[in-house]
Design a protein around this ligand. Structure first.
Ligand code: ZN
Length: 365
């Protein structure tokens, strides 16, 4: 498990979807469950610029550092780098924080290159980041850096699976057509960034499960079992990278998916056997209670621990102490405080979901 204290108290600013506790809340919840063991925990620190430029434009990295230092950029630079505009604010830790996510995923790559392991790099998952501009709240792209690092270490067959409700456009485009990497994304069709249509295979190595709103646990399991697993195993991955964004949860405000956290835990559990070297990252997640419970339970599942039926008192009081300035946050249901697992969200597997799986798994689109 890899995380960092840089996230504690860090915010993208009032009114931003990332004005909420995320990594710190998840780690605190993991601690109250007694699930952090010192010998299996690593603290990430900001990756040095020399490591970031393996993927990112040096001038862009310099601009990010300057913006953090000065807390401003002139208008031309803001537009040029997409910083300080479009949801990518200038905020106090705007270089240190994403650079720490990059270090977490690079540390994970180092660990799995050395020996078979599953590493949960919780701060990672910034899948919209571009070489030379910020995008979709992502200033850097830790996933691209980790994948490049694995290539540099001699890996030749990797599979990337993106569970976030938004298309993993930054990763798909970073490696477009590279035969070493199969990029699979499950996301809501028509959501920002509005890319990743079912017919979009990039230059042959991308597969996009663009699903309708309302996807339930059974539909998600169907997509994993009938779609993702056969595609991924056919690539015979030496290592697997799972982007574990949880904004597909029904309790999350940023997508129309209707998942319980059981669906994401089960997806990761079913994907893990594809390779004996796996990196699981975080990603999107915009309801502090839903994301902390989902990611704590994801680490528990990776670490072989079952969620308790009822949370111990310290975990409950931690969750009761979180706040969220959104309407859903004013009247939180009791199970956000008392349980780790959501009630399952079963449902019919709609014909349109079956049709997406059939098209994406076809030999040619
Ligand atoms: Zn997302």
């Amino acid at each position: 498990l890899i995380a960092s204290e840089v996230y504690r108290g860090s915010t993208y600013g009032r009114g931003h979807p990332l004005a909420i506790p995320r990594i710190a809340a998840t780690m605190d919840l993991i601690d109250t469950l007694g699930w952090r063991e010192t010998r299996r925990y690593l603290e990430a620190e900001p990756a040095a610029p020399e490591r970031l430029i393996r993927f990112h434009d040096p001038d862009y990295v310099a601009a990010l550092r300057r913006a953090e230092r000065d807390q401003r950029l002139d208008d031309a630079e803001r537009r040029h780098w997409n910083i300080g505009v479009n949801g990518n604010p200038i905020y106090p830790e705007m270089f240190r924080r994403p650079a720490t996510a990059c270090d977490a995923s690079l540390k994970a790559a180092h660990l799995i290159a050395r020996a078979p392991a599953t590493v949960h790099a919780l701060p990672g998952g910034t899948h919209h980041g571009r070489p030379n501009r910020a995008s979709g709240f992502c200033f850097l792209n830790d996933l691209a850096l980790a994948i490049l690092d694995l290539f540099d270490r001699g890996f030749e067959r990797l599979v990337y699976v993106d569970l976030d409700a938004h298309h993993g456009d930054g990763v798909q485009d970073a490696f477009d057509g590279d035969p070493r990497l199969l990029v699979i994304s499950i996301h809501e069709a028509g959501r920002w960034p509005r890319t990743g249509a079912v017919a979009d295979r990039g230059r042959g190595m991308a597969r996009n499960f663009a699903l309708p709103a309302g996807v339930n646990d059974d539909e998600f399991a169907f997509v994993i079992g009938e779609g993702v697993l056969p595609l991924a195993s056919a690539h015979r991955p030496q290592a697997l990278i799972i982007q574990g964004g949880c904004d597909g949860l029904a309790d999350d405000p940023m997508s129309g998916f209707a998942l319980s956290n059981n669906a994401l835990w089960r997806a990761v559990a079913e994907l893990l056997p594809l390779a004996d070297r796996v990196i699981v990252t975080g990603g999107g997640g915009y309801n502090p209670w839903a994301l902390a419970r989902c990611w704590a339970g994801m680490w528990g599942m990776i670490d072989g621990r079952a969620p308790p039926d009822r949370l111990p008192a310290p975990a409950e009081s931690l969750l009761r102490g979180l706040t969220w300035r959104r309407s859903q946050g004013r009247n939180p249901p009791d199970h956000w405080f008392t349980t780790l697992a959501d009630p399952p969200r079963h449902g019919a597997i709609r014909p349109e979901v079956r049709a997406v799986v059939a098209r994406v798994t076809e030999a040619s689109p």
